[in-house]
Write a protein that binds this ligand. Sequence first.
Ligand code: FE2
Length: 233
Amino acid sequence: MVKSINGLSPDIVVITGDLTENGFSAEYDGAKQFIDRIECKNKVLVPGNHDSKNAGYLHFEDLFEDRFSTHKLENVTVVGADSSQPDLNEGHVGRENYGWIREAFSGDDFKVFALHHHLVPIPFAGRENPVLVDAGDVLNLLNGCKVNLVLCGHCHIPWVWNLNNMLVVNAGTICSSKTRGKTTQSYNLIEAEKGRNENGKWEAGKIESENWKVRVSRIFSEGNRELVAETVV
Ligand SMILES: [Fe+2]
């Protein structure tokens, strides 16, 4: 899988947790070694609920970066938010973070929000609640900021919803054996291209437009690729 990712020469790699099972130091060291093999200078990581067990978030901060982060690249802003809480499975972003998130998304970039827990329900996720407890308020926040893409992790189920022109993309698991149902290991490839969309006709390279053409594909361990969404947001 790492070889496959490196072969794509991605501009940004976003890892939405979990990196570990129990947040232990040795697990984090293994995760760091794995992530270091990914050849991309722009990596955005957020911890998951497993990573915050046993105060593991302290190792996350030592090895990676702040649990909340803003990354600005050419025409792209990625905000990563830690939705985990120590030793709890339920997630939240928290009202105290809404202000700086709104500020980070104040420009006209392609806007990406990354978190571990689910923003909206998806199928096959069981009956425990994997959705943020403040999901309604976060949805309202992101919709108001005209966020183009939300990236979630948690239940290892690859899925895509399109909500008010905001794609919500859940990741599967890239290398664990914790696949649910008939899913297999995969990661998402997201390609975004700026252009114009007038009268239903999309034209590349018209950069004065705010439209982005987004393609979401799943790439599986066998190397096969499945296009699952193609839309203008
Ligand atoms: Fe999780």
